[in-house]
Design a protein around this ligand. Structure first.
Ligand code: IDP
Ligand code: MG
Length: 184
């Protein structure tokens, strides 16, 4: 079935900057249907459980950081004290929990044709400084992994979006009960 559902979180920086309406309208404008929505101030326990804690996730997050540093010409050891992907992944998760609990977020389920892929396209790649214009991350932020590390935080990139149908199913059920999702 090409009609899919995906989870979007407007992160604390988006809420703080007053971008809720603007960001929601981008998804609506593209033809996606909002089938569930709420504002939540996540607890550290919720944020910890929302993001995976597998060795695989740590390694993948750490490897992504290493690639970003390579492109930016930054030495991970002198910046963060290690170049081990798993250790760097654990650092990202810790800082991600601080970020995601720093203020309220807006959680929503979007439905539409190939919604998972389409929403990722509208959101853009993880690091805003290299996200293309026209994407949410490219249009509303110039943050980068090296600046973020210098300031002891993860990149502030406004939006979370599920990156596969499997991840979407798990993430939707994490934030919403079945009766909070509407068919209309
Ligand atoms: P995504 O949000 O584009 O799917 P993920 O790899 O799932 O990216 O990482 C989750 C979040 O962790 C990102 O949105 C970002 O806030 C933060 N993050 C991921 N990788 C890095 C990094 O290399 N440096 C700083 N922050 C990162
Ligand atoms: Mg992700």
């Amino acid at each position: 079935m090409p009609i899919e559902r995906t989870l979007v979180l407007l992160k604390p920086d988006a809420v703080r900057r007053g971008l809720i309406g603007e960001l929601i309208s981008r998804f609506e404008r593209a033809g996606l249907k909002i089938v569930a929505m709420k504002m939540v101030w996540a607890t550290p326990q919720q944020a910890e459980r929302f993001y995976p804690s597998s060795e695989e996730w740590f390694k993948s997050a750490g490897s992504k950081l290493l690639r970003a540093y390579q492109e930016l010409g930054v030495d991970p050891k002198s910046r963060l004290g290690t170049d081990d992907p798993v250790e760097l992944g654990k650092y990202i998760k810790k800082k991600l929990i601080e970020y995601m609990t720093s203020g309220p977020i807006v959680a929503m389920v979007l439905e539409g044709n190939r919604a998972v892929e389409v929403v990722r396209k509208l959101v853009g790649p993880t690091a805003p400084h290299s996200a293309p214009p026209g994407t949410i991350r490219g249009d509303y932020s110039i943050d980068s992994p090296d600046l973020a590390a210098e300031e002891g935080r993860v990149v502030f990139n406004l939006v979370h979006a599920s990156d596969s149908r499997e991840e979407a199913a798990r993430e939707i059920s994490f934030w919403f009960k079945p009766e909070e999702i509407y068919s209309y």
